[in-house]
Design a protein around this ligand. Sequence first.
Ligand SMILES: *Cc1c(COP(=O)(O)O)cnc(C)c1O
Ligand code: SF4
Length: 343
Amino acid sequence: MDSVAAPPPVVRPKGPAASPWKQALREAIRDPAELCRLLGLPPDLGDRAAAAGFGLLVPRGYAARMRHGDPADPLLRQVLPVGEETLEAPGFGVDPVGDLASQGAPGLLHKYRGRALLVTTGACAVHCRYCFRRHFPYEESPKGLADWAPAVDYLAADDSIHEVILSGGDPLSLVDETLARLADQLAAIPHLRRLRIHTRWPIVLPERVTDALVGWLTGTRLAPVVVVHANHAQELDATVAAALGRLARAGVPLLNQAVLLRGVNDSVVAQAELSERLIEVGVTPYYLHQLDRVAGAAHFAVPIEQGRAMVEELRARLPGYLVPRYVEERPGNRSKTPLDSLP
Ligand SMILES: *Cc1c(COP(=O)(O)O)cnc(C)c1O
Ligand code: SF4
């Protein structure tokens, strides 16, 4: 991010200065033993075989929000590779939500009427162990503006589509210049009305919310919507609140989607605290997702009956706008499937 230089002049190293968020990503923790040592935990708590399949990636600022000496910390549990990931679980596969069947063009998923989802990149600021796209063949997806041409053509050819969702991976892993150019191309399609960003960056590495980002996001005729992904109130510290505040002050509606995760947020208290903390930082709870049945994540599963009972209790304790919609993604359905209203 550009800043106005103030006297006295400081001596900078030669060469282009990396933006703070890229630098922070470069310095992120990639070694499970290092993360454990930082937290005062036994260095062998992480599992090598699990980490070999899908590496550990944790920004230092996110690790700083974990409780020292607590192996059951809800943030640590989301990111630490563990042996349970390598166990086979019946019903848990590599394409749990039918993504591969709904590609309208390379990298474009068109499952629901009126909106389509663009897989912009496989890169993320963090590796979440429960991620439903951990086996997605990102190397076959477009990586740059030229590669998105077929997807943009597809969007232009279907005037029933009013909203484009930038997803991934995490779209904010791309640099702002690329995203700004993509936003311009989308804004040139007359029937598009909204640009939605699905991202975990503001939660795990809030330095990513730069002036440049706010600039392109609010700089086209498309109405912006940002859906962040926080699972626990402890993730929402002052640095995150500041980043979200910047987006909110720019007029960007902010929603949250969480995943219901055993040992992370599978209690009424944890869910209520998450909702209350979210609205304090300007974010409205949107979805609480039932875990997608992805191989390696079975140990995070919470039975639907338990989730339903939790949401019912939340409804009794919180105002309606703080109760997320409890949903599951089922291949072939016309929308996410509501779980709280099914018999
Ligand atoms: C989840 C999802 C959406 C968004 O669904 P909403 O209910 O609008 O939030 C859109 N497209 C795809 C392919 C999805 O998986
Ligand atoms: S940030 Fe999102 S896409 Fe990336 S690993 Fe986490 S859940 Fe998956």
